[in-house]
Design a protein around this ligand. Sequence first.
Ligand code: FAD
Ligand code: SF4
Length: 579
Amino acid sequence: MALRDLVIVLGDQLDLEAAAFDGFDATLDAVWMAEVDEESTHVWSSKSRIVLFLSAMRHFRLALAAAGRPVHYRPLTAAQAPCGLADRLQADIAHLRPQRLVITAPGDWRVLRAIRQLARANRLVLDIRDDRHFFGSVRDFAEHARGRRTLRMEAFYRAQRQRHGVLMQANGPEGGRWNFDEHNREAFGPAGPGAVPSPPRFEPDAITREVMQLVTTRFAAHPGQLDAFAWPVTRAQALQAMQAFMQERLPLFGRYQDAIWPGQPWLYHAQLSAALNLKLLNPREVVAAAEQAYREGRAPLAGVEGFIRQVLGWREYVRGIYWTQMPGYLEHNALDAREDLPMWFWTGETDMACLREAIRQTLAIGYAHHIQRLMVTGLFALMLGVQPRQVHAWYLAVYVDAVEWVELPNVLGMSQFADGGLMGSKPYIATGRYIQRMSPHCQGCRYDPAQRSGDTACPFTTLYWDFLMRHAAWLGRHPRMAPQVRNLSRLADEQKQAVQMRAAAIRRGEVGGMPGTAPGPAAETGAKALQKESPVALRTTGLFGAGKAPEGAPGADRGGRASFTSWSAGRIKPHFSVI
Ligand code: FAD
Ligand code: SF4
């Protein structure tokens, strides 16, 4: 019998309840899944990220079979020629001859475009269904954004709490406040975190081991290691990970959310982003479990609110930004950043203790917590002035939870301020003293966070002052940044010059690299991969319509449009052309 619907399931859509399965009839329809190189090579994906996706897909294939849904599954083999998703699907359309293609809305604009083009070329109906995984749809977000002067997560988050009845009481938010952040920013004392409950480890089974073998052979040159791979790859494992977090680590999650401690990558974090993004877990069940822990007195309100803010607020907010702003969002470079990412981002071979730990840990386990991503690696790249697309390609490559809809706004918007203030109100910049406050790293580092120039000056501190000088014209007009810019007047001209000279040496790679180490093949391949990603990705674009950049804003001198409008006038008109 002819095939009615071919239901396409992508590697991050591993949910038996997904909308693509509505009306699925095993006698008429079939599922299609494929492992393709392109998804591991369009950025130079780490081995752990590839293994997680492929292993979870192979396990999901078994879940589909157990649910009685026929699957056409195209595995990758060690010898197979490189292949893209569209080519592989095209070959199967010719062979299976379905009447329709059905898919849950993909998380990646590039993939959606490829599948749309393919359906059109084959004159096939393409039924794209809303992704019910999320609390709200992209349309809901666009509605929230329409006509606002500024988009801010806080307003969106409060609306989400009300709309979905999360942590609410009769007259408003639980506890009488929406935000308990001031309780959530503690560092550990000198004694450190003590005994933190370890998250469950899921030792690789035969399927995962087979995938590890494949990845070690086929993607041998890719960054990262697999020795410590223990991520959940099935829904049952993801649920177990979630329950362990709710019982053991949620109570102290909020309090130590921003703290960093060497050798302790997880601390009190949930370690659930990868399972959520693969759709092995549903955010509703995660949020409900956290709220229940609070209502049963097992976790404090401040921490639970802080956790729910991440999942119900930030996660849905960044998705809305991505889908209402793509494809132009990828091109933004509002600060006109032109540097290359230092090669040691691919190896961790730097003498800066905080960066060495964050990068080595990332390459070893595919994970770093939010503050490491934002205030260590991201902060350094921002203040150094690295091309945002290179920073994006690195983050998308190295983290196991990296999927473009969530990674890109976090990197380009929140961490690099490349969208000029659409995603967040101001650039996150800080001296090394911030890292000193949140971690003990500076004690064992050859640099001194209190010094801004000279041989022992902490590169973060140097680059902070250099950033203020480079961007003083527009930062001085920003209501929340102006006080920092005013501090520049405390510096004599010679002090400013000393900062600039030191910053130039950092940019030339004379500071920060590991003495006596050559970049090595991994770093060189990584650098080449980034060049491929951003040939000259320097378009400075505006998000809020026409208009020249304000005088002094990056891009203004080159006639570019800048977009520092989030604190000035201009109503947001979501592009909203995709779903
Ligand atoms: P926890 O700290 O325990 O937080 C709980 C959950 O909240 C997470 O599992 C995640 O689902 C959600 N969450 C928290 N913060 C965010 C956020 N800013 N945006 C979206 N969801 C959030 N998250 C990804 O899922 N994929 C990425 O590729 C990614 N890239 C990032 C890049 C940068 C530069 C930054 C600053 C953040 C990035 N994040 C990304 C957000 C956040 O850092 C991770 O979600 C978090 O570190 C994952 O670890 P966890 O599960 O232990 O999270
Ligand atoms: Fe990082 Fe600077 Fe502290 Fe060294 S001194 S650990 S480079 S913040």
